[in-house]
Design a protein around this ligand. Structure first.
Ligand SMILES: NC(=O)c1ccc[n+]([C@@H]2O[C@H](COP(=O)([O-])OP(=O)(O)OC[C@H]3O[C@@H](n4cnc5c(N)ncnc54)[C@H](O)[C@@H]3O)[C@@H](O)[C@H]2O)c1
Length: 352
């Protein structure tokens, strides 16, 4: 392995991954390509440069430009518009251009150089009406799948239904997944699809529609307003959280092992052990930041919201002897320390 390209490499996952892989494989050239459309991604450029990672300002929608890049052995596609609400209000054209056409362009690049391909997909490929129809219970702090259902404390595996509604975001990622399998098969290159749940940790530019753990810590740190949205406004929705360092470890292991013969798809997440409701997250965040906010409530559930999702990661755990090690508390503490250390530059992005 001589050269790895990470698209969206100035973003939260991309930049953390680039720096992690550079430490793990110091002799490998690592390039990142990003158009800096995500507010705050520009703050990653100095850390990427300090780590001797090549930054290319570029756009995955520009196929000609992409195909002029020098050869690489691996492409990690982490460029996306990652908000699940994207496209719903204003139409999905931009989302399709970035998340689907952008990935097709990256696949053309993989085809050209026979590069291995790792794709950052999402649990949003699963049908949310079906997820929301699963029987559940409610206790004082969270919703939970009903005991006796196959999902109770086990989570959602790769065989869950993807045919129902899933949001434009989920649809754009599922369409990309299909093409990745076809490209890898017909043009004879290796591919892995990692369907991630919630990822958290330092350098996540959290906002209301994406990156809720960082959003929670940022709001507490800067004293901004927060709301529990949907499901009665009680903050009982549940997700599992994966520290970005654990994701980096997994991808590093995927690169160190032989790629599977056929493109494999994995559910990747913190699992039930690292599951948390918003209400519970508030308690942890208050402890770590030392600030208590008066959190508002909006009872109305947003159209694509999910009551409960946590990952059954057995397949990826078995194949890579990997599992999430960092707790939700560590995600919150690491995010807090990052904000504390970089307050001056972050205040411009997060204060208002
Ligand atoms: N963060 C999560 O919780 C999460 C969960 C599941 C899946 N994912 C997936 O992981 C990947 C990375 O997400 P993230 O959290 O780092 O998001 P991010 O927004 O922090 O990073 C994405 C980066 O892509 C860049 N980008 C957007 N459009 C581009 C374009 N046309 N050309 C070049 N660069 C472009 C942005 O500027 C940004 O830096 C995405 O594919 C996302 O769908 C993320």
């Amino acid at each position: 392995m001589d050269h790895i390209l990470i698209t969206g490499g100035a973003g939260f996952v991309g930049a953390n991954l680039a720096i992690y892989l550079k430490q793990r494989f110091p002799r490998v050239k690592i390039s990142v390509l990003d158009n800096l459309i995500r507010r705050g991604s520009e703050l990653n450029i100095p850390r990427l440069q300090d780590a001797t990672i090549d930054f290319i300002r570029g756009d995955v929608r520009n196929r000609e430009e992409l195909l002029q890049l020098p050869a690489m052995d691996v492409i990690i596609d982490a460029a996306a518009e990652p908000s699940v609400l994207s496209g719903i209000k204003d139409g999905p054209q931009m989302l399709v251009d970035i998340n689907f056409q952008g990935t097709l362009n990256c696949l053309e690049l993989a085809r050209k150089y026979k590069s291995d391909f790792i794709y950052l997909s999402t649990n949003r490929v699963y049908s949310y009406p079906l997820l929301n129809s699963l029987s559940f219970t409610e206790n004082t702090t969270r919703f939970e799948y009903a005991s006796g259902t196959p999902y109770f404390q086990k989570g959602i595996d790769e065989n869950f239904d993807t045919s129902g509604l899933k949001s434009f975001y989920g649809a754009s990622k599922l369409a990309s997944e299909s093409f990745i399998r076809e490209y890898a098969h017909h043009y004879d290159f290796n591919a892995i699809i990692n369907r991630c749940g919630v990822i958290a940790g330092p350098w996540q530019m959290g906002k209301v529609d994406q990156g809720f753990v960082a959003l929670w810590v940022i709001a507490h740190y800067f004293g901004k307003s927060l709301q529990y949205l949907g499901y009665g406004g009680q903050g009982k929705q549940v997700r599992d959280v994966l520290h970005v360092d654990d994701l980096c470890k997994l991808i590093s292991s995927q690169l160190s092992n032989d790629f599977p013969g056929e493109c494999k798809t994995y559910n990747v997440g913190g699992t039930w052990t690292n599951s948390i409701s918003l209400l519970e997250l508030t308690g942890i965040t208050e402890n770590i930041t030392g600030r208590k906010l008066d959190i508002g409530a909006d009872e109305e559930t947003r159209v694509v919201d999910m009551r409960i999702y946590y990952t059954d990661a057995s397949k990826v755990q078995n194949d890579y002897q990997w599992q999430a090690e960092k707790t939700v508390e560590e995600c919150v503490a690491d995010t807090f320390n990052w904000i504390n250390k970089n307050e001056k530059s972050l205040v411009k992005i997060f204060k208002h």
